[in-house]
Structure formats: structure tokens, C-alpha cells
Design a binder for this molecule. Structure first.
Ligand SMILES: CC(C)(COP(=O)(O)OP(=O)(O)OC[C@H]1O[C@@H](n2cnc3c(N)ncnc32)[C@H](O)[C@@H]1OP(=O)(O)O)[C@@H](O)C(=O)NCCC(=O)NCCS
Length: 160
């Protein structure tokens, strides 16, 4: 993983837009590159149809660099999916996405942000711990892993 951070000038050229159904093909291309068990087109379209908050981050040339989808439940904001384009990972884009999630959560007067992560996803785990998330539980057999035995999920929470 390249850990060289992007210069501030490049970061400030990145712009958030609400995700639309017309973004889904581009999102799906990144999703398929980023995950061994990616969301399907239907997962994204269903989330948008349900009006779940969803955002994309684009660079100055309009290229998609990352995205996230959220679901709110009472006073908790749940991160359903958060992804940075693989060749941009480890450069500070995930932090920009998380900062946007936190800003949206505070605006909506949420008390906390929740997410699930695979124990094998050591980079994502490190990023979340670094951002202040703490493990609050484990969901057994949560994720598919290509075998009969599914992978557990670590449940993490960030109090706001
Ligand atoms: C997980 C993911 C969203 C993180 O995004 P990213 O762009 O790679 O992360 P960043 O480079 O912005 O790192 C975020 C912060 O974590 C820190 N960090 C990164 N790796 C770290 C490590 N090993 N230990 C401690 N801190 C670390 C960074 O320094 C940065 O902190 P800062 O903003 O205070 O400098 C991205 O890697 C990704 O899309 N992965 C594939 C899909 C995925 O796994 N999604 C999550 C599923 S739960």
C-alpha cells in the first residue's frame, strides 16, 4: 500500500456529490476492484431507492475516487459501505470520506457512527481505530468468504 499522502492542493480539488443512480456503473467498477465479495448493482440501486444517504468524491477531472452509503437508525448512523479507489488508497482519501460521514452525522444530531469490518481487513481496521472507533462487539458468520464457514464481523462505534 502506498502511504504517501496527497498534497493539500490535490485534496482540496476533490468534491463531494450526492450519489445518483447514474453514478452506479462507475461505483460498481471500483467496488469490483476493491472487494473480493463486492456489493451488486442491485445492492447500490436498492440503497438509492431507499433514499439512504450516499455520496461520491470526484477529483478535478471528474474521476470517482471514493464513495460511501449510510443508513440512520434513531440516533446512530450506520456506514453500510465506504470505499476508496484501490490506486488512491493509503493517501488520505479514506480520512476525507470519514470526515464527511462525521459531518453528516453531527448535522443530523446523531449520537454515534457504527460500522462492521472483517477481522482480516487489517488496513480498514487500522484506519477506523486511528479515527477513534472502538470495537463494541462481534457478529458471528456475517460475511461470505467463499467457503461454508463465513467470516465474523467486528462491530465498531465512534461516539460523537
Ligand atoms: C478502508 C479504506 C476506506 C480507507 O481509506 P484509505 O484512503 O486507504 O485511508 P487513509 O489513507 O485516508 O487513512 C485514513 C487514516 O488512517 C491512518 N492510517 C492508515 N493506515 C494506518 C495504520 N496502519 N495504522 C494507523 N493509522 C493508519 C492514516 O494515516 C489516516 O489518518 P490521518 O488522516 O490522521 O493521517 C480504503 O482503504 C478502502 O477502500 N479499502 C478497500 C475497501 C474496504 O475495505 N472498505 C472498508 C470495508 S469495512
Amino acid at each position: 500500500m502506498n502511504t504517501v499522502q496527497l498534497p493539500d492542493a490535490l485534496k482540496s480539488a476533490l468534491v463531494f456529490f450526492a450519489m445518483k443512480a447514474t453514478d452506479v456503473e462507475e461505483v460498481l467498477a471500483i467496488e469490483n476492484d476493491a472487494f473480493p465479495f463486492p456489493w451488486t448493482r442491485g445492492n447500490f440501486l436498492d440503497s438509492l431507492a431507499s433514499a439512504y444517504p450516499a455520496w461520491v468524491l470526484r477529483d478535478a477531472d471528474g474521476r470517482l475516487t471514493g464513495y460511501f452509503l449510510l443508513m440512520s437508525a434513531v440516533d446512530e448512523l450506520h456506514i453500510l459501505n465506504i470505499t476508496v479507489r484501490p490506486d488512491w488508497q493509503g493517501k488520505g482519501i479514506g480520512r476525507l470520506l470519514l470526515n464527511k460521514v462525521m459531518a453528516l452525522a453531527r448535522e443530523a444530531k446523531m449520537q454515534s457512527i457504527l460500522l462492521e469490518v472483517r477481522p482480516s481487513n487489517v488496513h480498514a481496521l487500522a484506519v477506523y481505530l486511528h479515527a477513534g472507533f472502538v470495537q463494541i462487539g462481534m457478529r458471528k458468520n456475517y460475511y461470505p468468504n467463499g467457503t461454508e464457514k463465513r467470516e465474523d464481523a467486528i462491530v465498531m462505534r465512534l461516539p460523537l
